[in-house]
Design a binder for this molecule. Sequence first.
Ligand SMILES: [Zn+2]
Length: 389
Amino acid sequence: MIRVLIVTGLLAGNCAYVHAAEPSSEKYVRVAISSDIPELNFSIRGKYKILDLRSGAVLEEGRGLRESRLSTHLGGIKINDAEYPLRKIRVTSTKDITLYPGDKAQRYRGALDIIQKSNKKFLVVNTVELEQYIRGVLYHEVSHRWPMEAMKAQAVAARTYALYQMKKNKNDEYDVTGDIYSQVYGGKSAERFRTNIAVKRTLGEILVYDHKVLPAYFHASCGGHTESARNIWGENLPPLAGVPCSFCALAPHASWKRNFRSQDIRDKLNANGYALGPIQDIRVVSRNQSGRINNLLFTARDGKTTIIPGIKFRAIIGPNIIKSNKYEIIMKGYYFDLIGKGWGHGAGMCQWGAHQMAEERHKYDEILTLYYPGAKIVNYREQPPVDLP
Ligand SMILES: [Zn+2]
C-alpha cells in the first residue's frame, strides 16, 4: 500500500463536486448515514483521495485502503496513524467505500464527508449522484420482484421527494437522512438488477406542479382513499388533496386489528402531557373526507373529557402499532379493539395500489396520474423546476 501525502492545497476552491468531469445536469444529494458516532472502521477500493472539505486541498491519496479506522485526536480527525488538524474532511474513491458499523458492511458510491462535531463525535454524510442515490433507495421501498411499472412509478416518486428535500434543506449540513425519516438508503449494497433498470428507464424524471417540485409523499397502503397532505402537514396542493383508490383492497395491511389495555394507553397519554384519568370510553368525534380521524374524545371514569387529534394519538402510541389513522373503536371493559384500514400516513402514492395497477397492466405514468392528479412528469436534466411549492 503506497500512500502519498500532498502538503499544499492544490485543489483549493474546486471541491464542490465529487467528479469535476460530470455534466452540469448531474445533481448530488447529501445523505446523512451516521451521526453521533465516536469512531468508524472502513475500507476503500480503487483510487482514493482524502481532502480538506473546506478548501479542497488533497491531504493524502493512493490506491486501496484496507482495515482503516476513523477516530478522533486532540486537534481534529485521525485516519489510521495520520492526524489532520481539521473538523471536516472528504474521502473519495473511483470504486466504492465500505463502512463497518457494528457487524454490518455497507458499501457506498460517491464521496464520504466526515464532519467532527463539537462533542468530538462524527457525522458521516454520503455525497452521491442523485440517480445513484435512488438506486440505493428503491430496494428498501419496494421489492425488486414487483412489476416493473410499479417500480418505475416508485423511482419517480422517490427521486421527486429527494429533490424536494435537497431544495428544502440546501442550507443544512445534509439533505436527507438514510433512515425512515427520509427514505431508507442502503448505498451500493442495496442495489438490485431490476430496481436499477427501473431507475434507468425513468432517468431524471420527476413530478412537478405549477413548475415546482412536488413533495411526492408515498405510503404502503391507503385503505381505500388517500389522505390530503393538508390534513397532516398543512400543505395545500391539488395533487396531494387525496383520491379514492380501489387498487389496494386485497393488499397486505388492507385491514388490521389490534387490542389494547386501556390502562397502558392512559399511561402513554399521561407520559405525553395528557392528564386524563382511567379511561371509560373513546369515541371518534369527526372524520375527514378520506375517512381518517380528525379528533378522538376520551372520557375518563370521573366524567372528564379530553380531545386528542387522531394524528397525535397515533404518533404517541406508535405508527407501527396503530398502522393508520383510519379505524373503528370497540370498547370492551378494561380493553378496547381498533379495527383499521391501510398502513402509513396515507398521503400521495399508495404503494400497494401502484403494485395492483401494474399487475393490471397500467403504465407507470398512469399510476402517477392517479395518485398525484394534476402533477406533470418532467425531466430535471432538461428543464429544471424552479422552486419549492
Ligand atoms: Zn390504496
